[in-house]
Design a protein around this ligand. Structure first.
Ligand code: AMP
Ligand code: GLY
Length: 415
């Protein structure tokens, strides 16, 4: 099978490692890719958000399967353009990707499907925003309606900050705060059949003990020993199946990866967000534990044959990933700093590039993520942090507490 992978971040590097190790894959091409992905795939340039350019490239490289990593190409309709060429594509249509592309659309689908989620108001005018903030009370949750690369959401106890974020965004969703630990559940679907992967937990805040602003994600781990035994079965029944049915009934079936971001509240799991693609950095840990060959699974979803796919198998043990971020991230990150140690096994490239002289340099906010497995979370933490110590990047920072509370048995679900 010839697989073309679209994207250039840490999620795509993790996907590339898994796709390259699938014995059914004889050629892996990535576009535009990054220096880490170049270790396991041949790279081609492309503007990932240009549907015609991606579709032409898929034809040119004779792809049997195209896997679209990030949300922006999906929302732009890249999967539609690839399928129009008669090539199987893992990733939802532009219409279905609105589950991520518009927070208000996602809320509307959830309401129609009866999915448990935070109460909300969609608004633009400052007085409407103010009324919604007063209705739900602090902590205030204000979400940009449109895609914002993981930085569209402000959760704050300051009404001034909440109002300022709403004014910056224009059209927003204001919603009630959901207390409880967060879980990311990835579901592979062909639109009808849905297969859950292993739940993972992401760390959204920049600093240890969840201090500081939200980021795209500073680390992740799996499995989650502290979740209720029926969590996945319950979320599939209460959230995933009704959402997929609602999307089918609208004539825009969702096929691809449905990312369900949940808060485990005292009233049960409630949806914080949907994304239309694998999460980053959760993908790094989930895929490092998945034993089932990835390309076969994604091809089954892309060709509507998931019902015939064998059950997934998982490696024993635990995985963690720690993001190494640039100076000043999540503010405007400093780029162009030289990186050493990034060729070590387990180092996933996200924001890296090659300087003209061949040196590896930082080119984004989240530069690398360091992934390790172990017999339990404590062993995986020790291995991952030892690897973080092997990396040098001037001004970089990382969280030191990824999976720490879980390893100590200190994560609990409110009751
Ligand atoms: P999102 O981009 O929707 O994932 O939001 C980013 C982060 O903001 C989430 O991972 C949560 O940590 C937080 N968040 C979003 N919505 C809520 C909510 N209703 N209640 C509590 N936290 C939230
Ligand atoms: N880790 C959160 C996300 O991918 O949106």
């Amino acid at each position: 099978m010839r697989v073309l992978l679209i994207g250039s971040g840490g999620r795509e590097h993790a996907l590339a490692v898994s796709l390259a190790s699938d014995p059914a894959v004889d050629h892996l091409i990535a576009a535009p890719g990054n220096p880490g992905i170049a270790q396991v795939a041949s790279l081609r340039p492309v503007t990932a958000t240009d549907p015609a350019a991606v579709a032409d490239l898929a034809v040119e490289v004779a792809a049997d399967l195209v896997v679209v990593g990030p949300e922006a190409p999906l929302v732009a309709g890249v999967a539609d353009a690839v399928r129009a060429k008669g090539i199987a594509c893992f990733g939802p249509s532009g219409a279905a990707a609105q589950l991520e592309g518009s927070k208000e659309f996602a809320k509307d689908v959830m309401a129609a499907a009866g999915v448990p989620t935070a109460r909300y108001r969609a608004c633009s005018a400052p007085d409407e925003v103010r009324a919604a903030l007063d209705e739900f009370g602090p902590p205030y949750v204000v979400k940009n309606d449109a895609l914002a690369a993981g930085k569209g959401v402000v959760v704050t106890s300051s009404i001034a900050d909440a109002l300022a974020h709403a004014a910056d965004c224009g059209h927003v969703v204001v919603e009630e705060f959901l207390p409880g630990p967060e879980v990311s559940l990835f579901v592979v679907t062909d639109g009808t059949t849905a297969v859950p992967l292993m739940p993972a937990q992401d760390f959204k805040r920049v600093g240890d003990d969840d201090a500081g602003p939200n980021t795209g994600g500073m680390g992740a781990y799996a499995p989650l020993a502290w979740t209720p035994d029926d969590l996945v079965e319950r979320v599939m029944r209460e959230t995933v199946e009704p959402t997929l049915a609602e999307m089918r009934s609208r004539g825009t079936a969702f096929a691809g990866l449905l990312y369900v971001g949940l808060a485990l509240t005292a009233d049960g799991p409630k949806v914080i967000e949907f994304n239309a693609r694998f999460g980053d950095p959760e993908t790094q840990v989930v895929l490092s534990l998945l034993e089932t060959p990835l390309a076969g699974l994604l091809r089954a979803a892309a060709t509507g044959t998931l019902a015939a796919h064998p059950p997934l198998t998982w490696r024993p043990g635990a995985a963690i990933t720690v993001v190494v971020a640039s100076h000043n991230y999540p503010g405007t990150p400093r780029t162009g700093d030289v990186i050493t140690g990034a060729e070590l096994p387990g180092v996933i490239h996200a924001g890296t590039s090659r300087r003209d002289d061949g040196a590896l340099i930082s080119s984004g906010g989240r530069v690398l993520s360091v992934t390790a497995t172990g017999e339990d979370l404590t062993a995986a933490r020790t291995a991952a942090y030892a690897l973080v110590d092997e990396i040098t990047l001037d001004g970089s920072h990382h969280r030191t507490d990824i999976a720490l509370k879980a390893a100590r048995g200190e994560v609990t679900v409110p009751s």
